[in-house]
Design a protein around this ligand. Structure first.
Ligand SMILES: NC(=O)c1ccc[n+]([C@@H]2O[C@H](COP(=O)([O-])OP(=O)(O)OC[C@H]3O[C@@H](n4cnc5c(N)ncnc54)[C@H](OP(=O)(O)O)[C@@H]3O)[C@@H](O)[C@H]2O)c1
Length: 303
């Protein structure tokens, strides 16, 4: 019988792509979701309700591996106090709930793999390249990622292999970051944000799905891994390239920081600044990126 991988938040952008990759690799996939969903030939669904501390324990008990992707969208809405709480709790509470099922039933899946984000390192505009050894930042995203990752240590303490995937901006067709920026670029109104010099650490969804799949199959993988291409992509380079793929040169001025601060509030920091991360650790596992050229990655997403 195929080994089972349970995905929390598996109905989202990354989960949908990862499901196909895992099935192709010979695993069966189940998904924990907040809503009732009919099983499909590919996916068995289980329900949970974090507000009521409810989880269908069978989801966890039947899993050989667990991949935790669930969480409120980070850049969906302004970062009010309430929203920040929801962003954090929707990532940490699921880990606590899964931990309690594992502990109560003395169940040990072969690995627990959690999403995290390159926001762990904070947002800045200098040329520093962060490795997995770089300490976390004390801004909102840095603190959130740190608390999110720290929750995983509880699961590790049960003697379970754990992996954390510090993900950059994921590029996929009509999904994630591109779903937000593509319409204005397509319509001829693309523009760089702020100074445009902030780095934009990107990864193609196909590569990210393969990294998650490798985290399942490769039992030597353990701890945090950066998942983003190390290149010189800045917000300005990204914007110019995307506009050129739609056949025009950017004519609008860069969107000034004060405008973004008015529109986005504190969340503007996440777009006015960025990160640059090293992908050396994941490459040392033998992983090879399929997309290291931004132009090719964008073409595959917009055509
Ligand atoms: N996409 C990116 O560029 C990117 C970059 C860095 C890190 N990440 C991280 O990778 C993970 C997956 O990202 P994604 O792009 O696939 O996200 P997504 O498309 O927004 O999917 C996340 C899923 O989480 C579940 N969810 C949402 N709010 C929730 C809540 N309050 N409580 C419990 N579950 C909730 C939803 O599933 P149900 O509705 O079925 O419950 C949703 O489909 C996230 O943790 C994200 O922060 C993503």
């Amino acid at each position: 019988m195929a080994q089972n991988v349970l995905l929390t938040g598996g109905s989202g952008f990354i989960g949908k792509h990862l499901t196909d990759v895992l099935i192709e690799a010979g695993y069966s996939v189940s998904v924990l979701s907040r809503s009732n969903k009919e099983d499909t030939p590919k996916i068995q669904y289980y329900k949970w309700d974090l507000n009521k501390n409810y989880i269908d324990e069978n989801a966890v008990l039947n899993a050989d591996y667990i991949i935790h992707l669930a969480g409120e969208g980070i850049v969906e809405k302004r970062w009010t106090k309430k929203r920040k709480k929801a962003i954090l709790e929707s990532r940490v509470k699921p880990i606590d709930l899964i931990f309690s099922v594992l502990e109560k039933n003395n169940k040990k899946p072969d690995a627990f793999i959690s999403a995290s984000a390159v926001g762990f390192y904070g947002a800045f505009t200098n040329h520093k390249i962060c490795t997995e050894e770089t300490p976390p930042a004390d801004d909102f995203l840095g603190t959130t990622c740190q608390i999110w990752e720290n929750a995983v240590y509880k699961i590790e303490a049960l003697g379970i292999r754990t992996v954390k995937i510090r993900t950059g901006i994921v590029l996929g067709k009509d999904e994630g970051f591109l779903k937000k920026v593509n319409p204005s670029f397509k319509a001829g109104f693309g523009a760089a944000l702020g100074s445009g010099k902030q780095y934009l650490p990107w990864i193609h969804i196909e590569d990210l799905s393969q990294i998650y799949c490798k985290s399942v199959t490769d039992n030597q993988m353990h701890g945090p891994y950066n998942a983003a291409v190390t290149d010189n992509t800045t917000n300005e380079r990204f914007s110019r390239l995307l506009a050129s793929l739609y056949g025009y040169a950017i004519w609008l001025p860069k969107v000034p920081p004060f405008v973004l601060r008015i529109v986005l509030g504190e969340m503007s920091e996440a777009v006015l600044k960025g990160q640059r991360v090293s992908s050396e650790k994941i490459q040392k596992t033998g992983f090879e990126f399929q997309f290291t050229d931004l132009e090719k990655a964008l073409i595959s997403c917009i055509h």
